[in-house]
Design a protein around this ligand. Structure first.
Ligand code: GRF
Length: 192
């Protein structure tokens, strides 16, 4: 049995981490078993840490506040990931800007709550909602040294019939929880 190990990096609520754990962790796709082998969080108070515990998984906390520079923090992430036999790292709500120390050394994908290349950065949900776009959406892309700019792997859009910001946000998360696990399967088990 081929086993592919993933690392999941997160910062907060961890609902996407939970979707990964529910939908693909220790499951077999196309003869490939996908295993969440490493969890890293930069925020010791993140709700995601508790969610992971419910699945019997411990999270390694690497707090960015303990490091003097982005590069030193990134090196700590790289060192941890390299200790494990990781095939793919998944940024699932990991709210740190990464330097080439990370991006040149780690094969990673990122989840972003907009139709890239529109609305890069940390306020994508609000900015897309407040725009006059008739659609919103979600992207998964390869991580590169430019924020939210690596090659797009998957996107899913929805029509603007969601009136409130809350509905807009809920729709985005609902799509994210399907699109990210599906994309991981496609990369690791279908060779896309
Ligand atoms: C998601 O909307 C993701 O696109 C963004 O941060 C959010 C993380 O949510 N980068 P959660 O922590 O997975 O619940």
């Amino acid at each position: 049995m081929v086993v592919k190990n993933i690392a999941v990096l997160f910062s907060g609520s961890g609902s996407n981490l939970q979707a990964i754990l529910e939908k693909i962790h220790n499951k077999i796709f196309n003869g490939v078993k996908i295993k969440v082998a490493l969890l890293i969080c930069n925020n010791p108070n993140a709700k995601g840490i508790k969610r992971a515990k419910k699945f019997g998984l411990e999270t390694i906390v690497i707090n960015h506040r303990d490091y003097d520079s982005r590069e030193e923090f990134d090196q700590a992430l790289v060192d941890e990931i390299k200790k494990h036999d990781i095939d793919l790292s998944v940024l699932a709500g990991f709210m740190r800007i990464l330097t080439p120390v990370f991006t040149d050394n780690i094969k990673a994908i990122n989840l972003h709550p907009s139709i890239l290349p529109l609305f890069k950065g940390a306020n994508a949900i609000n900015e897309s909602y407040n725009s006059d776009m008739k659609i919103g959406g979600v992207s998964v892309h390869w991580v590169s040294s430019q924020l939210d700019s690596g090659e797009i792997i998957a996107q899913k859009s929805f029509a603007r019939k969601h009136k409130s910001l809350k509905e807009w946000e809920e729709k985005i998360h609902k799509i994210e929880h399907k699109l990210l696990p599906k994309t991981i399967i496609e990369i690791l088990a279908k060779g896309k």
